[in-house]
Design a protein around this ligand. Structure first.
Ligand code: 9MR
Length: 368
């Protein structure tokens, strides 16, 4: 007689009795096309738009099989004042997803951005205080989301950009100089991973990073730094399950499959799962004038990148939003394309129409 799977048994398997069975994604959308090949396609979403813009919600229902909150699970939003947690926007997003049987990833527990002011002050008070605020945040957030989020970006963007890169970071180390590093030293990453594992033994623990995809000396050096960091973490027995590769790609930088594939192979040799977590494509300042020519370049890069990632073992691909209408690439002045043009780096255009990038993703999911 088969053993009965108890509630505790489900928990040990990383499943929860309350988790819904996964619904089949909407026919014809990217998630369904990916799912047919055992791949998950998802996107970053904002709760206020899921509930406030019907076209936005319809696009996510049609295309996405997994959500990640674009801001609702960041520290500044979850704990704006010490001890006062506001989970309402995250809960709203989780309910929207749950009604459609879509899983949600968590993003991000420890990050140097989206920190409330009080947190910066607390970390500056030293090690004991830093450990205690980290523990209190993890206690509350991981207990609250336990049944609905089974994969978290525990540490986001810990590696420093190399000196001389176009966005260099202060400090001399290979880790980014952040309030967490200053308070706890390099072990803040081990500590965060251990604290997460202690609170939820079967949660998938992910370290998420950007600037490690392209064929440039800066990206090669950042990949080397990340691999060093990961080797050290694993040697010290830190609990780490996966690496999130953000993939905010830029057309002014070359992409070559070989070095990226070698990097993925190394991650897999370390026993780590690989996810593409935040993909979008920034156009070059000298982008061609015609929209079809621009869209073709974006699509070509999307196909090359995603097919290499899938061949290298990635099984989840998320874009950072779905439509150019709400892309951070248009909203963030530092990355804007110019006064008379805006980026077209996501699968749907500002009127929710599928673009060549959509077709490129579909083709990559279908295996070429
Ligand atoms: O797209 C996000 C934007 O809406 C937020 O204002 C910003 C700060 O919370 O974060 C943006 O998302 C970033 C993500 O969390 C980490 N990788 C880079 C993303 C784009 O900046």
């Amino acid at each position: 007689m088969p053993a009965r799977v108890t509630r505790r048994g489900l928990g040990l398997l990383g499943l929860s009795a309350a988790a819904p069975a996964l619904a089949a994604p909407a026919a014809g959308g990217l998630a369904a096309i990916a799912r047919a090949r055992g791949i998950t396609f998802g996107a970053a979403a904002q709760h206020s738009l899921l509930t406030g813009d019907a076209a936005y919600a319809a696009a996510f229902a049609a295309e996405a099989g997994l959500l990640v909150p674009e801001w609702e699970a960041k520290w500044a939003d979850l704990q704006p004042e010490e001890g006062r947690f506001d989970t309402a926007p995250l809960d709203g997003l989780l309910s929207w997803a749950q009604e459609r049987a879509m899983p949600v990833r968590g993003h991000a527990l420890v990050w140097h951005n989206a920190m409330p002011d009080w947190l910066g002050r607390a970390l500056a008070e030293g090690r004991e205080r830093a450990l205690s605020v980290m523990a209190a945040h993890f206690d509350k957030v991981l207990a609250h989301t336990r049944l609905r989020i089974r994969d978290w970006d525990v540490v986001n963007e810990p590696v420093a950009n190399p000196p001389g890169s176009d966005v260099p970071q202060a400090g001399e180390g290979t880790l980014r100089d952040t309030p967490w590093l200053r308070a706890l030293g390099p072990a803040y990453i081990d500590t965060a991973l251990r604290m997460a594992r202690e609170r939820d033994a079967t949660l998938r623990l992910t370290l998420n990073e950007y600037g490690i995809e392209e064929d440039t000396p800066d990206a090669a050096e950042k990949r080397r730094r990340l691999l060093d960091l990961l080797r050290g973490l694993l040697e010290r027995g830190a609990p780490l399950d996966a690496v999130g590769i953000q993939a905010h790609l830029q057309l002014r930088r070359p992409f070559s499959p070989a070095p990226f594939a070698a990097f993925l192979a190394e991650l897999r040799r370390m026993g780590l799962a690989v996810l593409i977590t935040e993909m979008d494509i920034r156009e070059a300042p000298d982008a061609p004038a015609s929209l079809p020519a621009r869209d073709a370049l974006v699509a070509e890069r999307a196909y090359a990148f995603v097919s290499t990632a899938l061949e290298g073992g990635a099984r989840s691909v998320l874009t950072w939003g779905l439509s150019d209408r709400y892309s951070w690439l248009r909203q963030e002045p530092a990355v804007a394309l110019g006064p008379d043009r805006s980026h077209r780096g996501l699968p749907l255009d500002e009127e929710w129409r599928r673009k060549p990038m959509w077709q490129a993703l579909a083709r990559a999911f279908q295996g070429g």
